[in-house]
Ligand binder design. Sequence first.
Ligand code: MV4
Length: 457
Amino acid sequence: MFKKILIANRGEIALRIICACKELGIRTVAIYSEADRNSLHVRFADEAICIGPPQLSQSYLNIPAVISAAEIANVDAIHPGYGLLAENANFAEVCETCNIKFIGPPPEVMRLMGEKEKARAAMKKAGVPILPGSEGILGSDAEAMEWAEQVGFPVIIKASAGGGGRGMRIVRSKEELPALFKAASSEAAAAFGNGDLYMEKYVENPRHIEFQVLADQHGNVVSLGERECSIQRRHQKLLEESPSTQVTPELRAEIGGILSKTLSGIGYMNAGTIEFLMDRERKLYFIEMNTRIQVEHPVTEMVTDVDLVKSQIMIAADARLQDVLQGPVVSRGHAIECRINAEHPEKFTPSAGKITVFNPPGGTGVRIDTAAYAEGVIPPYYDSLIAKLIVRGKDRPEAISRMQRALGMFVVEGIHTTIPLHRRILAAPEFLVGNTDTGFIERFLAASKELAAQAKS
Ligand code: MV4
């Protein structure tokens, strides 16, 4: 087992990784920027090294600075968390070269999944269902037109280097295709330094459902079921739950089986998330794979009782899945996560500053992952997630009422948060019946606006 791990991250996920290390008896090294001197990840790590000024490019994204810290502290491994360097194959390669274990899949596999068109082709070849669409990178708008007519409008053009919605265009007719192709291509080139595009049939208001897997370094893969993550705004997830109300045990087993075979064949290792879209017929189609631990991993942990971060570390240290899991994975009850962001409630703009009061809720079935504390300052340089409130109940109704009461007891003062928004979402009739496709937030916000206008008149 590793003796010492460097955590190449900050905030709640850095603390989450420190928790896993402490329970495994592994020493921890935090890295931090000048803006994070008073952070809890610095306080709770065994060692901490300042790696630069607040700007991400000069601190948490500065590969030479991160590697220097790892060399000075003489660590065996680096856990990248999510975001930042977590899906940077070059970083994983540098770690390997320096004889430091990168806790994640091999760089080649990260690179394959980072090229969305290649990932799609690999999944198709292995028998994972994908949407009808183009084969290979689109060479020109003329080629795009040929595929679009074969697939049938509406189609969606996506950046192969993309993800998170950038370089994406929905095309509803022949006439608008050339201009949208050009726009997507230049947006992708500017954002990712790569203008490569591919095409899929467009699914109207799909659900976003993702499967969590763990794979060891000996070819064994296990599926830990799905998370439903359709409640998002501007490609930022707000609320996630597990299981999905729309996935039957048969469908879960079918997809789990296909994924195990496929990922074993690809040589996948460590934790991974396979994203699907679900259409009105409740069919699942692969769209992308994430090669990291995700923000919403706790909902899977709550229903399966598997510690995913500890599993990642043990797998990277060459443990076998059977020794990591010590028995079959069984899912019980229902879990929900609300992302508590420091942001303005209506405008969704970041709300940095000092937290004056911080009273997190507790009680049965409640978990909070956070690095926030009273009198702590939320710096303006980083993302706005300040806490994740996760609950588990015996079923969805119990999880919902538990989340409502926990949100009602979560007091944060000094900054604006998404707590009031979550309370309203959880009370929405559409949410209560599980009608949570990717169009939910838009309908919900329009209805809230309507209600507010009526109340005034
Ligand atoms: C789609 C789609 C409809 N049809 N692909 C958005 C981000 C990127 N990861 C994939 N995305 C989408 N791909 C096809 N063929 C609709 C979206 C989409 C979406 C997906 C998941 C969650 C929220 C979304 C919001 C808008 C669009």
